[in-house]
Every structure is written in C-alpha cells, then in structure tokens.
Design a binder for this molecule. Structure first.
Ligand SMILES: *Cc1c(COP(=O)(O)O)cnc(C)c1O
Length: 428
C-alpha cells in the first residue's frame, strides 16, 4: 500500500502543528506509522490522498451513524449555509433540536447547546457544583470526559493510548477535587463518599464506556450508583457524548432503564459538525444563566449549520422505527464473523460489543474495567491494526478506543471485514 503522499503531508504538518495533528488520537504513534491524510469519505468508505480506499470503522469517532456524506444531511447543510453560517442570535432550529433530544431521551427536561463534548462536560460539572454547593467530583478510571482540567486524571482515550497518568498544567488544587473510582465497582465509590462526606457534587460516568475500548457498566452496578447518588444528594451525570443515540434511541439511559440527573451529548447530536449539549432535570438546568447564576456562554453555540446537521441526523433515526434493530442485526452478523474467526484460530481474545460499538481486546481476560482493559497486548493490537489497514479496513489506531458501525455498512463491507479480520489474526 502506497501512503507516500500522506507521509509527505505529515512531515510538513509536524513543522506547524504539535505532533502534526489537531487531536492526539489521530496520530498513529501507538501503531508505529504515519497517520493517513484523508481526501474524502462517502457512506462506509474513506479515501486517503494516495487514492487508497478503506472501510471505515472510526466514523469520525462516533458521529457518522448514517455513514459519511449522507445526502439528506449534506443537502440540508447546503441549504442552511445559503442563509448565513452564523447569526450569533436565536433561531428556530435550536428549539427543534432541543425538542428532538427531549423526545429521544425522556430524562431531558431542558437542554443547552454548546460546541463540543468537552464543553458539555465542563459546563455540566460547573452546574452540578453550583446546584449542590459542593466542590469534588467522582469519575471512573478509564472513562474520558473531554480535555477539561478536572477530567485529565486516569482518563481514557488518547490519554490512555499515550500512557499519561495525568497532564502537566493541571493545578494541584484542581486535581485534588477529582476522585477516581473503579468502573463496575460500587464499593470503590462508597469508600470515596465516606472519605469525603457532604463534599461530592457529581459523579460522572460513561454508562457504556467507549474510551477504554468498549466496556459496558453492569446493570446492578449502575442502579446502585443511581441509588447512592439519590441518597447522598449527588448529581449523577451520564456522559453520553459517545453512547447517546448510538447504543439505543434514548442512549444508555434507555438501554438500562436508568435515568441520570444530567446528561452530556456530543458526536451524533451534531451529525459531524461541532456540537455538544448538556441537559436534564429542570430544577438543575434552570440555574444556568440567564435564568440562573451559573454562567455558561458560547459565540457559536446553537450554530444554524450545526443544528441543521443534528436535526437531520436525529430525524433520519426518528423516521425509521426499525433503525436500531436493522443496525444491530448488521452488527451481530459482523460480530459472529469475528467470533467464528477467533474460534477457528483458537484465539481467546475478548470481543466487547454494545449495539454498533465494539472493541476486540487482545486479552483473554473479560474486560470490565480499565485494569482489565490494560491486560491487552498492545503490541499485538498494533500488528493487527496494521494488517487490517493493509487489507482495506480503517480502525481506530489504539486498543483503547471503540469501533463504530453505521447504517451505510453493507453486507459486502461486513463480509470483507470478516475476511480481513481472519487474515490479520492469522498473521499474529
Ligand atoms: C468524545 C468524548 C468527549 C469529548 O468530546 P469532544 O467533542 O471531543 O470534546 C467526552 N466524553 C465522551 C464520553 C466522549 O466520547
């Protein structure tokens, strides 16, 4: 496979952009090669500047649930652009998207639009602190909640890939207000609450984690976490930036039948444009300025193009009552293929799946938290990644990320992927 143009561009980029990339997860460092430069993408396929074609399982890290350059979404964005790319004033589409999210996720009584998942989680944290008058937060090892200072300890995603325990530049006092519990371990949460009585404002969790690879919270664990937060007056925040509109129409909350007090969104809600949002209980949300004293603002928040992409993305889901069943069936067919490859080759690696999210962990252990995710053989993953790429399959370049399937992935795509998976596993 010739990737010389990508490598030339990457060499040039490194002169101007730190590490050559505008987000660390895009670097292919942990898999030992230069990142590909993408020229275009359509449906399930992505094309690099050297003319190579791949079946894409990154999907822009989650948003592209309808595949790339979906006609309906693209046309609506074009139409909206004719009316200006930004007003910095209110427009009706903000209401339409808010109504759609409320229809999908009943726990959302009010919602505020922002521009990224990071902004959503940072704002939700401030709001929870304002609401409770408390300062500390609990998060879980291996979960990623964006790059806000408070969330960069034992975080997942690129932080885990690069093996950074925490980040320089975060003050000691900020770091001291973040407490880490173990995913799927309620006792670890109870201990922290006992150690810091009356001072926990919020618990943040990815109910279906995607940033240590795909790892589901157990239902009993999540229910106990809900009950504990209710009993202690702690704001339970589901970070559904990845799982929202992905694992079910109503996100993880629908899947588990457990509601959060606040929920953060991103990725799918913007249909590939920069959108984040946070929402939930009316009594909490009303504390946000200008209806309340907790300040949060944004020049481009509720941007008309971004709202358009989000609306069309959600409407396309809403109009198909079988959307998640059809997508889920395609995914099961893919997972069955992977599982039979593993069985044939007598490999006991762990395939974690949740709807259209999956991760093949190069570990024989059940992966239920960050520690078990880290038992994976990342060198084997890197070799596998490279073989898959050579065989036309574009995966996230890290063991600690989830793969995403879209409705644009065809049977043929899946068959091709299963064959590539077998060839790549045989090489290891
Ligand atoms: C991607 C992600 C974020 C951060 O969103 P950005 O838009 O990249 O800032 C936060 N939380 C979760 C669960 C994510 O997957």
């Amino acid at each position: 496979m010739n990737t010389s143009k990508s490598s030339e561009l990457f060499a040039e980029a490194q002169k101007h952009i730190p590490g050559g990339v505008n987000s660390p997860v895009r670097a292919f460092r942990s898999v030992g090669r230069d990142p590909l430069y993408i020229a275009s993408a359509k449906g399930s396929k992505i094309y690099d500047v050297d003319g190579n074609e791949f079946i894409d399982y990154i999907g822009s890290w989650g948003p592209m649930i309808h595949g790339h350059a979906n006609e309906r979404i693209i046309n609506a964005i074009k139409d909206a652009a004719e009316n200006s790319t930004s007003f910095g004033a209110s427009s009706e589409k903000e209401i339409v998207l808010a109504q759609l999210v409320k229809k999908f996720v009943p726990a959302i009584e009010m919602i505020r639009m922002v521009n990224s998942g990071t902004e959503a989680t940072m704002s939700a944290m401030r709001l929870a602190r304002g609401f409770t008058g408390r300062e500390k937060i609990i998060k879980f090892e291996g979960c990623y909640h964006g790059h806000g200072d408070s969330f960069l300890s034992k975080a997942g995603s690129g932080v885990a890939t690069l093996g950074l325990p925490d980040s320089p530049g975060v003050t000691r006092s900020t770091a001291a207000d973040t407490l880490n519990a173990k995913f799927n371990d309620i006792a670890s949460v109870e201990v922290l609450i006992e150690q810091h009585p009356g001072s926990i404002a919020a618990v943040f969790i990815e109910p279906v984690a995607g940033n240590m690879g795909c790892v589901m919270a157990g239902k009993a664990f999540l229910q106990k976490l809900r009950d504990l937060c209710t009993a202690e007056g702690i704001v339970l925040i589901f970070d559904e930036v990845m799982s929202g509109f992905r694992v079910a129409r109503g996100g993880a909350q629908e899947l588990y039948g457990i509601n959060a007090d606040l929920t953060t969104f991103g990725k799918i809600i913007g249909g590939g444009l920069p959108v984040g949002a946070y929402g939930g209980r009316r009594d909490i949300m009303q504390l946000i300025a200008p209806s309340g004293p907790v300040y949060q603002a944004g020049t481009l928040s509720g941007n008309p193009l971004a709202m358009t992409a989000g609306i069309e993305t959600l409407l396309a889901i809403d109009e198909d009552p079988d959307f998640y069943r059809t997508l889920g069936d395609a995914c099961e067919y893919l997972y069955d293929g992977f599982r039979s490859n593993l069985a044939d080759l007598k490999l006991d690696y762990t395939l974690n799946t949740c709807g259209s999210m999956f991760t093949l962990f190069f570990s024989s252990e059940a992966v239920t938290d960050f520690d078990s995710a880290k038992t994976s053989n990342t060198a084997k993953f890197a070799a596998y990644f490279n073989h898959m790429l050579e065989n036309g399959i574009y995966l996230p370049p890290s063991q600690f990320e989830a793969c995403f399937v879209s409705t644009a992935h065809t049977r043929e795509d899946v068959d091709e992927t299963v064959v590539a998976n077998r060839i790549s596993l045989e090489f290891l």
